[in-house]
Design a protein around this ligand. Structure first.
Ligand code: FPP
Length: 245
C-alpha cells in the first residue's frame, strides 16, 4: 500500500471476526447457510488480497466455542464448509506457500475434520510465505484457562515454581504461541465487541469495526481497514510521539 505522504504502516498480523453472514442471507430471503457459503467466497477473496498486499499473518474466526448453540443444521453446515474449504483450497494455499495453523479445541470435532486439520498443518508446516491461522471451535477464555491449567499441573507435579509464572510462560501455552499478537483486529457487520476472540492477544491491537457484512468483504474493504490502521498512533501504554521529552 502506498499513501500520499511518507511511509504507510502495514500491520504484520491482521485478525478478522467475519460477522454478518446470517443477516446478509436474511436480507435476501435466503437461508442463513447461504450467507456462510458466500462467506467462504469472501474469505477466499480476502486471503488472496492480503497475500498480494503483503500481510504476513492472517487469523480468521470461523467457528466459536459458543457457536455449538446454533441450530444443528447450521452447525453441520459450518462443519461442512470447513471441510470443503480445506479440501478445495489447501492445494492452492500450499502453492502460494501459505503456512496453515489451526487454533481451537479439536477434541470435540469429528475425527474426519480433525484429520483434515492435521493434514493441512502438516502439508504446509515448512512453508515460508503467509501464515493463516484458522480459529475453529475457538474461545479465548477456554484457551487462557487451558494454558493456566497446564501451568497449574506443572506446579502440582513439582516441576514449576509458582514464582516463575509470567505473561510469557502463560503465553507459551496459548494456541498462538510463537506468533506475534495481532496488530489489527477487524470486525465486520457493525458489531463492536470481541466475542471471546483473542482477548489475551488483543491487549494492544488496534480495533477496526466496519459496517459491511462479511459476504460482501474483499480487497476494497480490507484496504479501507488498513488505511484506518495506518492513521492510528500506537502507544503501547507509552506517550504520544508528539508529547515531547
Ligand atoms: C458470523 O456470521 C459468522 C460465523 C459464525 C461463521 C464464519 C464462517 C464463515 C465466514 C464461513 C466458514 C469458513 C470456514 C473456513 C469454515 P453470523 O452467522 O453470526 O451472522 P449474523 O450475525 O448476521 O447472524
Amino acid at each position: 500500500m502506498t499513501g500520499g505522504s511518507g511511509p504507510v504502516t502495514l500491520p504484520r498480523h491482521v485478525a478478522i471476526i467475519m460477522d454478518g453472514n446470517g443477516r446478509w442471507a436474511t436480507q435476501r430471503g435466503l437461508p442463513r447457510v447461504e450467507g456462510h457459503r458466500k462467506g467462504v467466497e469472501a474469505l477466499r477473496r480476502t486471503l488472496k488480497a492480503a497475500r498480494e498486499i503483503g500481510i504476513e499473518i492472517v487469523t480468521v474466526y470461523s467457528f466459536s466455542s459458543e457457536n455449538w448453540s446454533r441450530p444443528p443444521t447450521e452447525v453441520s453446515a459450518l462443519m461442512g464448509l470447513l471441510k470443503r474449504f480445506i479440501r478445495n483450497d489447501l492445494a492452492e494455499l500450499h502453492e502460494a506457500k501459505v503456512r496453515v495453523r489451526i487454533a481451537g479445541e479439536r477434541n470435540d470435532l469429528a475425527p474426519d475434520i480433525r484429520a483434515l486439520l492435521t493434514e493441512a498443518e502438516a502439508l504446509t508446516a515448512a512453508n515460508t510465505g503467509q501464515t493463516l491461522i484458522v480459529a475453529f471451535n475457538y474461545g479465548s477464555r477456554q484457551e487462557i484457562a487451558a494454558a493456566a491449567r497446564r501451568l497449574a499441573e506443572e506446579v502440582a507435579a513439582g516441576r514449576r515454581d509458582p514464582a516463575s509464572i509470567t505473561p510469557e510462560t502463560l503465553e507459551a501455552g496459548l494456541s498462538t504461541a510463537g506468533i506475534p499478537d495481532p496488530d489489527l483486529i477487524i470486525r465486520t457487520s457493525g458489531e463492536m465487541r470481541l466475542s471471546n476472540f483473542m482477548m489475551w492477544q488483543a491487549a494492544y491491537s488496534e480495533l477496526v469495526f466496519q459496517p459491511i457484512l462479511w459476504p460482501d468483504y474483499g480487497r476494497d474493504a480490507l484496504m479501507e481497514a488498513l488505511a484506518e490502521y495506518a492513521r492510528r498512533e500506537r502507544r503501547y501504554g507509552g506517550l504520544s510521539s508528539a508529547a515531547g521529552a
